[in-house]
Write a protein that binds this ligand. Sequence first.
Ligand code: SAH
Length: 456
Amino acid sequence: MKKNDVVKVTIEDIGINGEGIGKIQNYPLFVKGGIPGDEILARITKTKKTYGYGRVEEILHPSPDRIEPPCPIAEPCGGCQLQALSYEKQLTFKEKTVKGNLERIGKVPSPLLEKVMNPIVGMEEPFRYRNKAAYPIGRNRDGRIVAGFYAGRTHQIIPVDDCLLGKKENKTILNKIISHVEKHQIEPYDEVGHRGLIRHVLIRYGEKTGEWMVSIVINGNTIPKKEELIEALVEIQGMTSISLSVNKKNTNVIMGNEIITIWGQEYITDKIGDLSFQISPLAFYQVNQKQTEKLYNLALTYADLKGKEKVWDLYCGIGTISLFLAQKAEMVYGVEVVPEAIENAKENAKINGLANARFYVGKAEEVLPAHIKEHGRAEVIVVDPPRKGCAESLLETMVNMEPERIVYVSCDSATLARDVKYLRENGYELREVTPVDQFGMTVHVECVCLMTRKET
Ligand code: SAH
């Protein structure tokens, strides 16, 4: 088989990036756009010794699980890898991903896995769930100023003003900003030449409060005629915070660290369960409010607090899980590396009247060992690391502290599995695993696990 050959293949599985996988005489072929159950003609785009890549040339018999993607640009955008797959089957795929990783990477024995795996918690409405969107602003092929997404790994912006995962109002906000940019002939940023002013627009929405935040990322210090832009943006009902984020670096990191509030508050507020949270532009906040409530409730259930416990919440962001736990624990210590997030966390403890939470800025792997003596034994440790998972030195510290329970919230089941392996080899057993779908239409999987100390 060689490049440009067209072959008939049946798609049998989904790869980690959402691509279809079929086999031609035991040679796996990864086909972008293929859905399990599809019988297709695939055009080979690349061949390697043990596997190859292809794309769909023609669908001969569509899979019964194939649906027409509701978004007209699902394919070129690439942000929703699973839109052509029925939501039910997306959930099955996610369950399988978590299970497969725990089995393969985590070396969790099958009988144990059968016992501890719970069904995935799906969404009631798998569209319009994202409360945050960051749109690059640039010029399209015709030189028109557009907001959109970068196509694949390119610098080409595909215009999208109504992403179906985001809120309807995003479009109105973007249009107001683009009109302003056009009217005053402000240059959008050009990634390649590192020139131009307007880089990105970050939009955040408080699902429970209706509050809007707009932060405009600029390669400069201010925006021409900003009062006029503010006037246009405050027409949006619920507008609460408008800021500029200064990012002059030649980088693909979206936000700049300097935030200049130009109208309203420095933050918006949202609610999860009974608690209110202030969120500033630089702080992490879960993108799917409804599912987050379910996720945190599971974390709280797994922590099994009776009121006398000391708890660490590592990678605490704005203190969301910490304060959930503080409702039931004696004392919670939160650790987070972003200083603005910790400022939010402290304020959040105050506005919710929870005095039994303390927060530290720093890396979990450094802060935790430095404060063990001072705070004594903790019964529960919660971790919620970014995709790369926990540093091994942190896991080692945790194990030496001998907490009864470790609650692991994960947004990448491969690194979760790696960390579960370490913890199982060092005195902890896996008791519960529940995937929660936070990111419908995409391949991303969130999941929460309970590990407890083995009897010695
Ligand atoms: N538990 C929070 C945040 C989870 S996201 C929530 O549910 O909202 C992961 C967080 O870890 C981010 O806020 C990120 O800034 C932070 N982080 C990344 N590396 C870290 C480290 N080494 N130590 C502490 N926090 C870290």
